[in-house]
Design a protein around this ligand. Structure first.
Ligand code: HMG
Ligand code: MG
Length: 285
């Protein structure tokens, strides 16, 4: 099965850069965002309202949000807690994203709360975001396996998903945070999620640690998923997911979809031009 159209959400300025050990200037980040906007993305994840001690690379989130507003693009910013959401509202961010681990051990390491504690905080956060008219993206991280607990069960994923849906998330992003999922796992997990929640919009977010990100996209497409995150140049990784490498590379994903006759509404030539610039910002590629 090949859908007519797939939405790709660029996460390079956020997931792509957050794990970079050397400071990247705000000006370089702005250039990356502007060039990606030129390539035609309808939505981009551009920054995170996290604690600068935890993720120093995202310390300029207010300035990046101001720039995105000036550019007039639709963008998503990560907001792991109420403090983050209030900062994002003050910066007039249009789309927020929570990210909660199906693995509680990962969640503690990543945002210093158990999965249940983070889900409890979502209730006032989603209500507040709705008051402000914000779009709510909700990530289930470590939705396949976890470097700390090993196997992640479907029930653990379902528990987070149920709560997100009850609270009114606009889309649910299912993350293979450490890049250890395989196509069988992806097909089965997405098929079960789609059977249980036929009216919910799901997004696939694959890291390429085991070089299976592209085939995992194909497996998710077979289960009916038509929205995917990717990162220009294949940059990325989570500082609290040891060994995880970058996201599926945007230009590789777009190339594959174009070859299959699938519309992405992106300018491939432009993407190919931006990729070396994105890679030049990384000290890890
Ligand atoms: P904490 O230390 O537990 O926070 O951090 P706290 O509530 O205990 O407060 C301690 C101090 O931090 C207080 O200040 C708060 O005001 C302040 P003090 O009173 O001591 O002066 N504080 C904040 N300051 C700025 N911004 C905030 C904030 N919150 C509290 N938002 C926190 C909790 C969530 C902030 C921290 O754990 C954190 O920043 N974690 C970031 C983790 C992260 O960004 N990870 C990478 C992104 S996740 C990912 O990559 C996966 C994904 O791509 C999907 C996938 O691949 O599956 C999304
Ligand atoms: Mg990620």
């Amino acid at each position: 099965f090949i859908p007519k159209e797939v939405e790709i959400i660029e996460v390079g300025p956020r997931d792509g850069l957050q794990n970079e050990p050397l400071a990247i200037s705000t000006e370089q980040k702005k250039e990356l965002i502007a060039r990606l906007a030129k390539a035609g993305f309808l939505r981009m994840e551009t920054t995170s309202f996290v604690h600068p001690k935890w993720v120093p690379q995202m310390a300029d989130c207010e300035e990046i949000a101001r720039y995105c507003n000036e550019l007039g693009i639709t963008y998503i910013a990560l907001t792991p807690n109420m403090k983050a959401l209030e900062r994002a509202i003050a910066a007039t961010v249009p789309q927020m994203a929570v990210f909660i681990g199906a693995s509680s051990e990962f969640n503690k390491r990543n945002i210093n709360k158990t999965t249940s504690e983070s889900l409890a905080e979502c209730e006032p956060m989603f209500a507040r975001a709705k008051q402000e008219g914000m779009f709510i993206r909700a990530y289930i991280s470590m939705a396949f396996t976890c470097p700390f607990q090993g196997e992640v069960t479907f029930d653990e994923v379902k528990e987070v998903c149920d709560r997100f849906i009850q609270l009114g998330a606009d889309e649910i992003d299912v993350g293979d945070t450490n890049g250890q999922a395989d196509p069988k796992m992806v097909y089965e997990r997405f098929s079960r999620l789609r059977d249980l929640y036929p009216d919910t919009t799901f997004v696939g977010h694959f890291h390429d640690t085991e070089k299976m990100a592209l085939v995992n996209v194909i497996a998710a497409i077979q289960a009916g998923i038509t929205k995917f995150d990717s990162s220009i140049g294949g940059l990325g990784g989570c500082p609290y997911s040891p060994g995880a490498t970058g996201n599926v590379a945007t230009e590789e994903l777009v190339n594959m979809l174009i070859r299959m006759g699938c519309e992405t509404n992106l300018n491939f030539d432009e993407l190919v031009n931006v990729s070396p610039f994105a890679k030049s910002l990384s000290s890890r590629i």
